[in-house]
Design a protein around this ligand. Sequence first.
Ligand SMILES: Nc1ncnc2c1ncn2[C@@H]1O[C@H](COP(=O)(O)OP(=O)(O)OP(=O)(O)O)[C@@H](O)[C@H]1O
Length: 231
Amino acid sequence: MLELSQVDSHYGASQALYNVGLSAEPGKISCVLGRNGVGKTTLLKALAGQQSISAGSIMFNGKDISKMSPAQRAKQGIAIVPQGREIFGQLTVLENLKTGFSVLPKSERFIPDEIFRLFPVLKQMLARRGGDLSGGQQQQLAIARALIMRPKLLMLDEPTEGIQPSIIKDIQKVLALLRDRGEMAIVLVEQYFDFAVALADNYTVLDRGNVVLQGSKDEVDEADVKRWMSV
Ligand SMILES: Nc1ncnc2c1ncn2[C@@H]1O[C@H](COP(=O)(O)OP(=O)(O)OP(=O)(O)O)[C@@H](O)[C@H]1O
């Protein structure tokens, strides 16, 4: 349902992605791994429309989305939970959640109860300012905001970064549950190996903008993945 092929991407004269391919399908978590600065965020931004591509194609549900704006892609059902979360610190939790409404038709502009079943802590904090939440709570809010958009493709950029272990476990459970429902494809960018291994159905490992290892959990040796993340 998502098929990115032969993608190059540049920042000015400097090339960040070389001939990268990635696919994702509902009910599966595609993990993108690699050390700092290898191009993981660039790849997610290219998928979300926040970074242009200089070669290749991005097909989503049979449509070429590679020229679409971020807003058009969001309307197609592509949601991103960005690195650093990008919560609006001055807005309340409820107001932050409502920013997810912008891509929805009027009839769907409500917060499903399900959001609070997945993240009970948010229900108690609806009137708090986003900036007053802990890092882990902000990450849960960022995921909830993305889910409000009813995505068909959910992308997360290092959701465990700077977060306490108990909340990492909660986030892991939520992602496994969303995956097992089979309604959305998930692309997870991570540097935390154990978290990624616990969730991955397939791996794409990047190094200096190139795919150096790719395949399903059965095909790929996790020791090789780990090696690429530590060298
Ligand atoms: N806005 C930018 N302008 C110029 N170069 C950039 C920009 N953003 C990223 N780069 C470069 O592109 C390359 C890939 O960066 P990217 O952020 O995609 O890597 P990453 O794997 O996500 O790293 P991290 O784990 O640190 O987030 C790096 O060499 C980086 O310096």
